[in-house]
Ligand binder design. Structure first.
Ligand code: MRU
Length: 343
């Protein structure tokens, strides 16, 4: 069932305006269809795990932490409907391969279920923890950035990509609400345009000054001295501190290094994969040619030309200044320290 409502703010009772990507309503999940933004705010109502799996696959919901939260609720819907837990788990697990948060969240709800605990309580906890982690990362990250900084960001790492507030965009939000007046260069982020469609939409709603740029503009702005820091999120972080994130992230890290600009990754520890040693082991999602060859339904390449569409790339630890997590700020090679401590 599909219906349209206006966007609601302040889900957690905080004083700042906040965007929400999804709401749990016990026997259904309300999801803001991100494919429709910024044209309209269309909310989907999902009632079983098959619909949730489809929404993750077709990117009605996206962003590593949001995918994790929504998958956990999908698991709850599936088992409440009487589907075998293992089947529900597998269906949701096979939606997108790169974001580690998906597997992390599904493992948590499956474990709760197997141990006779309530998976719904666990899913609600996952959502709440993600929001709190984002607020912590926002504070930690903002302490590293000077007032009036011109920050370049890629993809969408905001409230839409998480349980709320955001990771890299959460740091920008914190800077804004602390009165530090950040300015944001928003990479449009071809081909899905998470930057121009989603990040700009969030920034505009909250009155945070920004400009949308084409992805290929970033290097020249750096060369001209117009970028003070690069802030990005992560889909998976390996034990040695390499990071998978939206395609184009590696290019930004290499450019930032060349121009002596700090390159920060902001991600909750639910993104750290304890089973993966280095970037070469990270599965990189390949998506359809169509998403590259069309834009808003219009062809932007000849029908007969093939396209190669990698949705993510990897950035080696050496190019990352620091990783900001809810447990502290770490040099990439120290990231496994976050695995040993409790939140
Ligand atoms: O393909 P997407 O839109 O799911 O990719 C999202 C990203 O790459 C984000 O940067 C990442 O998930 C971190 S979001 C807080």
């Amino acid at each position: 069932m599909i219906h349209i409502i206006t966007l609601t703010f302040n889900p957690y009772g905080s004083k700042e305006m906040e965007v929400k990507a999804f709401y749990w309503e016990r026997d259904r999940l309300k999801l803001l269809d991100q494919r429709e933004l910024p044209r309209r705010e269309l909310w989907l109502t999902l009632t079983d795990h098959l619909q949730v799996a489809q929404a993750i696959k077709n990117m009605a919901v996206r962003g590593a932490p949001a995918i994790g939260c929504v998958a956990a609720y999908g698991f709850v819907l599936g088992v409440k409907k009487g589907y075998p837990a293992k089947e529900v788990y597998e269906t949701l697990k096979n939606t997108r391969p790169t974001a580690y948060n998906l597997f992390w969240a599904l493992n948590r709800v499956l474990k709760a279920y197997q141990e006779g605990r309530d998976p719904e309580e666990e899913a609600v906890k996952i959502e709440r923890e993600d929001y709190e982690a984002n607020k912590k990362m926002g504070k930690l990250g903002s302490s590293l950035i000077k007032p009036n900084a011109r920050i370049l960001t890629h993809c969408n790492t905001g409230a839409l990509a998480t349980a709320g507030w955001g990771t890299a965009l959460g740091v920008i939000r914190s800077l804004h609400y602390e009165g530090k007046k950040p300015f944001v260069w928003v990479d449009e982020t071809r081909p899905y345009l998470q930057g121009s469609r989603l990040t700009a939409w969030e920034l505009l709603k909250e009155g945070i000054p920004h400009s949308v740029i084409t992805d290929s503009t970033a290097g020249y702005l750096m060369k001209k001295g117009l970028v003070d820091a690069v802030l990005v999120g992560a889909d998976r972080i390996t034990r040695r501190g390499d990071v998978a994130n939206k395609i184009g992230t590696y290019t930004l890290a290499a450019l930032a290094r060349r121009h002596g600009i700090p390159f920060f990754v902001v991600a909750p520890t639910s993104t750290v994969d304890p089973t993966t040693e280095s970037e070469n082991e990270i599965p990189i999602e390949e998506r359809s040619e169509e998403e590259v060859k069309t834009c808003g339904g219009c062809p932007v390449a000849p029908d007969g030309s093939p396209a190669y569409h990698l949705a993510f790339d990897t950035t080696p630890a050496e190019l990352i200044t620091a990783i900001i997590t809810e447990k502290g700020v770490f040099k990439p090679h120290e990231i496994t320290k976050t695995l040993d401590t409790k939140l």
